[in-house]
Design a protein around this ligand. Structure first.
Ligand code: THU
Length: 131
């Protein structure tokens, strides 16, 4: 799957976001080595801290379906003029299962950048850190 196709899938997820509080929809699409894509959107809550981000929705969908490895690329998109950078909690959750993930980060106009998760989360704390 091309980077653009993954970005496009993430953009389709903006319509599923539940964002009555922030009004800031985010979409995500996580590509596995076998071509499977798990999509996600942010789902907010009246108890604001219970909100789950789009990237973690996609990741948790994948893990709950039995996937624990083979994650290759993630697209995360928003509608704003700036790039929709993944938050710290999402970087950390992704690092657990996919430290070598490539991350595509898009702006509302569709422009995107691609960078390794290891660059977004240098010296990440992962399973090996507990050894
Ligand atoms: N959000 C995400 O979905 N992903 C991120 O990495 C950053 C923030 C969501 C959470 C909340 O619903 C809204 O964006 C505003 O913070």
């Amino acid at each position: 799957m091309t980077d653009q196709a993954l970005i496009d899938l993430a953009f389709t997820m903006l319509g599923r976001s539940y964002v009555p509080y922030s009004k800031f929809p985010v979409g995500a699409a996580l590509l596995c080595a076998d071509g499977t894509v798990f999509t996600g959107c942010n789902v907010e809550n009246a108890a604001y801290g219970s909100t789950i981000c789009a990237e973690r929705t996609a990741l948790v969908k994948a893990v709950s379906e039995g996937r624990r490895d083979g994650f290759e690329r993630l697209a995360v998109v928003g509608k704003s003029t700036d790039y929709c950078w993944p938050c710290g909690a999402c970087r950390q959750m992704l690092y657990e299962f996919a430290p070598d993930l490539e991350v595509l980060v898009a702006r509302g106009d569709g422009a995107f950048v691609k960078l390794p998760l290891r660059e977004l989360l240098p010296h990440g704390f992962g399973p090996a850190s507990l050894g």
